[in-house]
Design a protein around this ligand. Structure first.
Ligand SMILES: *Cc1c(COP(=O)(O)O)cnc(C)c1O
Length: 495
């Protein structure tokens, strides 16, 4: 590289083209290798300390080399140390293997860098966002009065929707006056922790989250809503909203949205659905039943990066009535917005926590426009078929136990072996198996603890995961499980 003019060199169209082609070539080969399972491991996990040492060393060497560093060497190292989501043996967290087209749209967004806080700083992406939101709203069963925004993640999306809930349903204007009386919302005890965080960020404290117990299927026990609500009222707490989980993160359980909608209707409460993961079922006629009642929600959060194949982090916040989207961050009283809110749909920064944001809509729209909504339907149907197959295999295997029949692509299970009893031993065995899998196997799966029980957990987010992968996974788990059991016998024999 020319070391006289580093700034000019950095902006050179020629080297962009050259590096760009090389990078696409690297990633295309990576895609082939991942899909063909030719890597040793779906997650080439290394411990934090050696990884840090590697990069500290890399930086030292880079400084010595000056400006003759090759970015392709860097890209290769990052690839070598990153989780390969496109590998069918990736069954870990909920993040989906992104569609290459969506990733390329991300590159375009990064290069154009239109900030979108105000319309003139991103006309196309702002208008496209409107088209995306309206279409997704329709899919959820809303009418043309719906609206919303794209934002960075389900956590921020839920906070945004809950701020709207407070603005609309609370009897005092907290935005202007601060919290003058105790408020709360009600949510399943197994909901995602970001709801708890949102409550605390809103200044409601620990009593601001009323955790509704779950039934044996890990769904909110909606018969508890009425008594818990009455208790809160007796304590002088104003209940503002109920949050339905569709689905919970750990177990993939869907709350009964119709029952929650009825309750909210009776009590005049805001009904929010955290559909970060499961709202994607909207796109499948076969599998959308657990979302029945979602169209009655005042607001819905949906993550495109979970079950809809878009790169992190792209989230829709949908409102049944678009005026609510305008009042969330409005400095003036919301009634001002109710009249002329529609006029300002294009200045998105007024409606999101972010000021500047990525051109999120491009990633989603390029996929909708190129492949149609039927691509999502096909994807959801495929991963659900995989889920049913894996569930069936677990039910047939005498040494495995399934936590619950899944309604979505999250499956929790554990290895029983033949001779283990007691929660402590069972948990220790699962932790041992999961650690072995992470360090010494081609598979990547995770674990979750619910009500004191440790489960192995997979999210079947890669549509290419198949029966051969499941068989090999169960075989590997069986081997590690038996080795734990034998070690335990040896240890006890020593005593
Ligand atoms: C993943 C998830 C979230 C958090 O979403 P992010 O996009 O990771 O911020 C919230 N709620 C549920 C139910 C989730 O599954």
């Amino acid at each position: 590289m020319n070391d006289k003019q580093p700034l000019q060199q950095a902006y050179s169209a020629h080297s962009f083209r050259e590096t760009g082609h090389a990078l696409v070539e690297l990633l295309a080969t990576h895609l082939e290798r991942s899909a063909g399972q030719s890597y040793d491991r779906a997650n080439p996990y290394t411990e934090p300390e050696p990884t840090l040492s590697f990069w500290e060393e890399d930086w030292k060497t880079a400084q010595l080399a000056g400006q003759s560093n090759d970015p392709m060497g860097l890209f290769q190292s990052v690839l070598d140390q990153s989780v390969h989501l496109h590998d069918p043996r990736y069954m870990g967290h909920q993040v989906s293997p992104p569609l290459p087209l969506a990733a390329l749209s991300g590159l375009m967004s990064d290069m154009l860098n239109n900030g979108m806080a105000v319309y003139e700083m991103g006309a196309a992406a702002s208008a496209i966002e409107q088209v995306v939101i309206t279409e997704i709203g329709r899919q959820a069963g809303y009418d043309d009065d719906c609206g919303g925004v794209l934002t960075s993640g389900g956590s921020l999306g839920n906070l945004t929707a809950l701020l709207a809930a407070r603005r609309h349903s609370a009897t005092s204007d907290v935005w202007m006056e601060g919290n003058t009386r105790p408020m709360a919302l009600m949510v399943s005890e197994e909901a995602h922790y970001c709801v708890d965080r949102a409550v605390r960020l809103m200044g409601w404290g620990e009593n601001g989250i009323i955790k509704v117990p779950v039934n044996e299927r890990h769904e909110m026990d909606t018969t508890q809503l009425e008594p818990l609500y009455n208790q809160a009222i007796l304590k002088g707490i104003e209940v503002v909203a109920v949050v339905g989980s569709a689905c919970t993160t750990a177990m993939g359980a869907f709350d009964n949205l119709e029952a929650i909608a009825d309750f909210c209707h009776n009590k005049q409460l805001w009904f929010h659905v955290d559909g970060a993961h499961g709202a994607a079922l909207l796109f499948s006629k076969l599998h959308r039943t657990p979302l029945k009642g979602i169209e009655r929600a005042d607001s819905i959060v949906l993550d495109f990066h979970k079950m809809l194949l878009i790169p992190t982090i792209t989230t829709a916040v949908l409102f049944r009535h678009k005026r609510h989207s305008f009042s969330v961050f409005a400095q003036q009283a919301s009634y001002l917005w109710e009249n002329d809110g529609d006029k300002e749909w294009y200045n998105l920064g007024k409606r999101t926590f972010e000021c500047t944001k990525l051109m999120l809509s491009l990633k989603v729209y390029s996929v909708m426009r190129t492949y149609g909504l039927s691509l999502w339907e096909q994807y959801v149907n495929q991963v659900m078929a995989n889920t049913q197959l894996f569930t069936h295999m677990l039910e047939e295997a005498p040494d495995f136990e399934l936590a619950r029949r899944p309604k979505v692509n999250i499956v929790c299970f554990r290895y029983k072996g033949s001779g283990v009893s007691g929660v402590g031993d069972m948990n220790a065995m699962q932790a041992f198996i999961r650690k072995k899998l992470l360090h010494h196997s081609p598979f990547y799966i995770v674990q979750t603890q619910v009500q004191g029980v440790l489960w192995l957990r997979v999210t079947l987010t890669n549509s290419q995961t198949n029966q051969a992968v499941f068989e090999a996974l169960l075989e590997t788990i069986h081997t590690w499980g038996e080795s734990w059991l034998q070690d335990k016998e040896v240890t006890q024999g020593d005593l």
